[in-house]
Structure formats: structure tokens, C-alpha cells
Design a protein around this ligand. Sequence first.
Ligand code: ADP
Ligand code: ZN
Length: 207
Amino acid sequence: MNLILLGAPGSGKGTLAKNIQAEFGLIQISTGDLLRQAMSVESEISDKLKSYMSKGELVPDELVLEILQERISQDDCKYGFILDGFPRTVPQAEALKNIAVIDGVILIDLPFDVIEQRIAGRRICTSCGEIYNTSSYDKLSCKKCGAPLYQRDDDKLETVKVRLEVYEKSTAPLIDFYSDKLYKVNASGSPEDTYKAAKTFLIKLEK
Ligand code: ADP
Ligand code: ZN
């Protein structure tokens, strides 16, 4: 089973993907994480990636596609995966048709003002990638592995505004693109509530 998680930045795609991975065994593929990894290794493309990502702009489709294709071709993805942060444009969705069959798309629905608050409080573990929010966990180190937490560079308010605009303009049209396999999940509650709602859909999809 191959899934797409659609939703604005900060709507909780990463957290939901991790929960689905834990129970359904599907592999989370976050293009944001893959790009941040590529950016952290000094290379010709790392400076280029930084110039887009630090401003909250999208990385050009060819670059993202290359990185995605390389990840999907790895062995662990053959039993199914969850795309978190891809596709983000209609051309990316068109290109994806040639790479994989998508069984379902989950749209995470959350008002923009809540999103801004959530992103401001988002903290991530430097080691295991666990995602926290200062509103429910205000410690400086990870509950799971003890490593320090950090705030993403592009989680500053000005950059968040750009990312939300980019989402509206380039990514929201995918809601229509995938209308025949889309399931909408309300994310105003806890991460567990969001997961429960998504799970109902996934169980139906598995049958
Ligand atoms: P969020 O969903 O919270 O914005 P991500 O980690 O998914 O965070 O993405 C961070 C940044 O990485 C984006 O602002 C963009 O610059 C880049 N990026 C991630 N996925 C894509 C993609 N599919 N196409 C283009 N750029 C991407
Ligand atoms: Zn950790």
C-alpha cells in the first residue's frame, strides 16, 4: 500500500506518518528530511538547496524527483510507503504516476492560525527525529533517546508565512488532482485523534 499525506506545513504530516509507519509498517519518506540531509553534506547542490529552503520556497522539481526516486528504489520501500511532503506541485504529481501506484491520499485539515502557533512551538530531536511541541513538552532533550532538541531554521514566522503561501498556490491544487482517492482528516485534536481518524480509512483501504 502506497500513501500520500497532503497538508500545509506544520499540519502534522510527519507525526501522522510516524504513527502509520509504527503500526502498518509502511516506510515514511519525507522529502523535507531527505533534502535537509542532502543539504547538510557539503556539495555542489547543498548551497543551491539552502538558497530555496531557507526562504521557504520550493526546491525545483527535477532535484526533488531525483532524490525521491533514489529513496523509493531502495529495498525497504517495496512493501509500501507513505510520502510526506511529496508531491507538492501538479507537475510532481504527474511525474509520480510514472514512478509508483498510489492507493490513497490523506488530507490533513487544520486552520492556518493554528498552524502558525504549532510551527512556532515545534522542536525536533537531533538524533531520532521525534517531533515535539513546547505547548505539551517544554524540555530541551528528547523523551525517547535523550538527545538535544532543535528548532528548524525555516520555522521562523516570516518563513512560515512564505511556506503557507506556497502551499496555497502550488500544493492545494493537488486536493482536486487526487479527489477520487482523497480522505480528509481533521487535525484540531491530539495527534492520537488524528491517527485514529486516519486509521479508519487505512483499514478500509487494506481490504
Ligand atoms: P513542511 O511540510 O513543514 O513545510 P518539509 O520538511 O516537508 O516541511 O519541507 C521543508 C522544505 O523542503 C520546503 O519548504 C521546501 O523548500 C523543501 N521541500 C520539501 N519537499 C519538497 C517538494 N516535494 N518539492 C519541493 N520542495 C520541497
Ligand atoms: Zn530522540
